[in-house]
Ligand binder design. Structure first.
Ligand SMILES: [Zn+2]
Length: 238
């Protein structure tokens, strides 16, 4: 992983920590450099009647910075779009392309743009509807990786600022299915600590820990890993 750079693009503070931080922490331990780009201000994710948008946005920013420090992420960039209003717009594409051209990642992690809903994905009887911001960030990031960041005539203003076209080699979307499995046994504790940092997002950390551990154990079983994360992994041709 030496000389490899990771860019993880999430919609909300906590997205990349819940979905991908075991793998990102492992790659960092193996020598990669990692950066986070968080696209919304996370200002709606609260049921606390005393909470305001401004207060929650600052709380969630601080939680994300703390989690990133636990994982060894170099820097977190925030775009501050309004929570629940993220669209895969040209503005968002340009902002993601700008960060790709600036940071020049080998690997990009983001949310899965094809994931709309799942009927009982974890065998608990409950279904999942994927958050609209998650789909938007996944789609805009996939488009940014290919073709938008590769061609110099797309967002040509970047070239004038010294930001040159770039080719990303690998794109990762988290998956609840058994796909590309990564052994996160040695970094699962870091993942839990990173999730624990997002205190505004859970009532009981014990319940959260139990849920994350069960999922990671189920994913790992097939390959004989104690704990795993699963991804759709796209290797992108030069
Ligand atoms: Zn989210």
């Amino acid at each position: 992983m030496k000389d490899k750079t990771i860019l993880a693009v999430g919609a909300h503070p906590d997205d990349m920590d819940f979905t991908s931080s075991g793998t990102i922490a492992r790659f960092i331990e193996e020598g990669a450099k990692a950066y986070y780009l968080i696209c919304t201000d996370g200002s709606r994710g609260s049921s606390d009647p005393e909470m305001t948008h401004e207060k929650l946005s600052q709380v969630r920013r601080d939680e994300q910075l703390k989690a990133a420090e636990i994982l060894g992420v170099e820097k977190v960039f925030f775009l501050d779009h309004k929570d629940t209003q993220l669209l895969p717009s040209q503005l968002l594409q340009e902002q993601i392309v700008r960060h790709i051209r600036m940071l020049r990642p080998t690997m990009v992690f983001t949310m899965n743009p094809t994931f709309y809903y799942a009927v009982d994905p974890y065998g608990t009887g409950m279904s999942t509807i994927n958050h609209t911001d998650h789909r938007a960030v996944g789609l805009a990031t996939m488009d940014a990786v290919f073709p938008l960041c590769r061609d110099r005539l797309i967002f040509p203003e970047h070239e004038k600022e010294g930001l040159l076209p770039h080719k990303v080699s690998e794109l990762y979307f988290p998956s609840y299915r058994h796909e590309h499995l990564v052994d996160i046994t040695t970094t699962f504790d870091k993942k839990l600590k990173a999730i624990e940092a997002h205190q505004s997002q859970y009532d009981s950390f014990e319940d959260e820990e139990k849920r994350m551990r069960e999922r990671a154990e189920n994913l790992g079983r097939e390959k004989g890993y104690a704990l795993a994360e699963s991804f759709v992994r796209l290797l992108i041709q030069d």
